[in-house]
Design a protein around this ligand. Structure first.
Ligand code: R7I
Ligand code: MG
Ligand code: MG
Length: 318
């Protein structure tokens, strides 16, 4: 098979996607769990010189990106292998701040329990509806050939840790949202209504349509805390992916502003900012990300190298 040569644009966008996700995570990590994040403490953190260390969000994003690179021409997702890869990553770095449900699932998988069984062992047997599957999904958007494909791949990667329908659909929504951002025309202003219409159509489940309508109805000047009061800002998928989407739609051409807005909403700051960063970074490419942040980011070279391996697989749509 001939591997298409990446254009400067696809390389920049692949880098923007993965590094945008990592930057949001690493910047937001310091504030995870705080109700409200004040401007001054965010500015101080933003301008500090210390390294930006990422959390489980990026650790798992890297696992998935590496999985896609390693599988190359084969079916892009192998659920058993992905579950094992995620469990190994958790074993290697259990201190990255994993959610309680994911920790439990990955511990069982590491002990040899098949993932379909392990995922049902938590939260009373119905599985997790946390945002852990959504937060790691960005790389899938780089190789997806359509919105439907993005949603299908997302579901296959989500279910190895998140059995609950909402945990899986959150991943579908985020993968589709990154796909649309990646393939949006960077020269024209993003058409917010059209973008949300496409997302509504892409998701077979109607349980998210109400959330998408809430994003659509959000006043353009909504403060981060007001938006969080309507859309949520916790570690469940249904109360975090919409907030990330809204943060991106506030600043579709300014990843740093989208990330800052998401963090100022408080709550699950690393994860919401990571998802917002992936969305905005996919649209602007790496050139939209602040160099001063990239210089401080842990393992930035490794993440960039993974993006470069996936860039040739971004389908040309324009
Ligand atoms: O989804 P998951 O990996 O969590 C990701 C979060 C992100 O914020 C990361 O940055 C990291 O901090 O963790 O892990 P889960 O524990 O499965 O889900 C996250 C949270 O959602 C849980 O800890 C619960 O608070 C909540 N949750 C549920 N609560 C009640 N019943 C998820 N599923 C349920 C449920 O079924
Ligand atoms: Mg985290
Ligand atoms: Mg988090």
């Amino acid at each position: 098979m001939t591997v298409p040569r990446p254009s400067a644009n696809t390389t920049a966008q692949a880098r923007g996607t993965l590094l945008g996700a990592a930057l949001g995570d690493a910047l937001g990590a310091r504030f995870e769990g705080e109700d409200v994040v004040g401007g001054p403490s965010l500015v101080a953190h933003d301008r500090a010189a210390e390294p930006l260390r990422y959390t489980d969000d990026t650790a798992q994003t890297i696992v998935l990106a590496r999985h896609l690179v390693q599988r190359r021409d084969r079916a892009p997702v192998d659920e058993d292998a992905l579950a094992t890869d995620l469990a190994r990553a958790w074993q290697a770095e259990p201190w990255r701040g994993y959610g309680a449900g994911s920790r439990q699932v990955l511990e069982l998988v590491a002990a040899g329990v098949p993932w379909p069984e392990a995922t049902r062992a938590c939260f009373g047997g119905h599985g997790s509806y946390g945002n852990g599957a959504a937060m790691r999904v960005a790389a899938l958007a780089l190789i997806a050939t359509s919105l439907t494909h993005a949603a299908q791949l997302a579901d296959r990667t989500a279910k190895v840790t998140h059995a609950h329908q909402h945990g899986r659909e959150g991943a579908e929504l985020q993968a589709c949202a990154v796909f649309l951002a990646l393939h949006s025309d960077p020269v024209r202003p993003l058409d917010r209504d059209h973008y949300l219409d496409e997302l509504s159509r892409a998701l077979p489940s109607t349980s998210w349509h109400g959330r998408i309508d809430q994003i659509r109805a959000m006043p353009p000047t909504a403060s981060p805390s007001y938006a969080a009061s309507l859309l949520g800002n916790d570690a469940t998928a249904i109360r975090s992916v919409p907030m990330a989407l809204h943060s991106f739609l506030r600043y579709p051409d300014h990843p740093a502003e989208a990330i800052r807005y998401a963090i100022r909403a408080g709550g699950d700051t690393d994860t919401i900012a990571s998802m917002a960063g992936a969305l905005a970074g996919a649209r602007t490419g790496i050139h939209g990300l602040p160099v001063t942040w990239l210089e401080r980011l842990e393992n930035a070279d490794r993440i960039r190298a993974l993006a470069d391996r996936l860039a040739p697989r971004i389908p040309r749509t324009r």
